[in-house]
Design a binder for this molecule. Sequence first.
Ligand SMILES: [Zn+2]
Length: 326
Amino acid sequence: MTVYNADFVSHLLPDLVAACDAAAVQNVRSGHGGPFGASLSVYNRDSGALVPVAGPVCNAVLETGLAGAHAEDQVLQPAALHALRDALQTVGRGCAIVVLASSGESCPACYSKIEIVARTLVTDGLIEAGAFVLAYGASYEDTRVVAGFNDEPYHADMAGPLQNRMIPCVRGDGALPVPARVVMPDGAAYDGADGRMAQGTPLFTPEIQAIYTACRAQKKAGVDEPWNLRRAVLYTTAPAVGPLMYAESQWANIGRIVQCDGPVALTEAPDATNDALFAVVAARPYNGPGTAVHVVRVTPFANLAQHEWARLSEAGQVAHYNGIEA
Ligand SMILES: [Zn+2]
């Protein structure tokens, strides 16, 4: 990135991240979800003007029953992506920088979504390569120590060797009639269609749709922890396991991913194989070769929402709900 000016880094990004933190305090108090907020803006690097696009919105796992309904996911919903594309057309490709601000460091599922959105915007000619900034406040370590949410093992799992993965990925025999299907331990099956064209978002892949359909069915049936799919099997016809389907499966407690023959599926990103995208999402430190997103950690960061979560947790008013406990 060569586009930074001092004000962008020293004032604008910290202000955006602080606003996400403030919204997350309210989210915790209202019981909608965890202590995490995110917003989406377009910065005009020529004029210095900021166009707010969406948010701050907050983690909505408890409200939606979906394991991946994190703040970053909520700010990348179809309406927000539509507004983002409009804002980018107004500001113009030559001077637009997309800023996704998040109060916490993004988990691999959210980071996958953000990479995919950034790549789609570049491929569609709406931004220049490198003009997508992800700014965050609390690191994985801060989030674990203060609030008790531990995302780091999910990343370590994806960065580690294939044969040691938390979710075994195997080849199945036989063909699948749909691009993706979740089969629960009791045999109930939930199919996922490719919703990307119809819904105008690159994120509604068949695997994501299948997982969400299963979670929504559990929520409707009044199942405790509807986001937990209890080691269900995810079947996919994708040519390789991409980071989005894998990381979302971590959160949803999928027990196995089985690749089958069947309808030809698109890759998760428009410009990379699923294997290549997986490697980019797992790579650390951030901002290595091949990344479409430029990651900036904002310091100092007050982290008010996570301290509020810790306070309410000690008082027994909120409880850890999914993921790996610290
Ligand atoms: Zn996340």
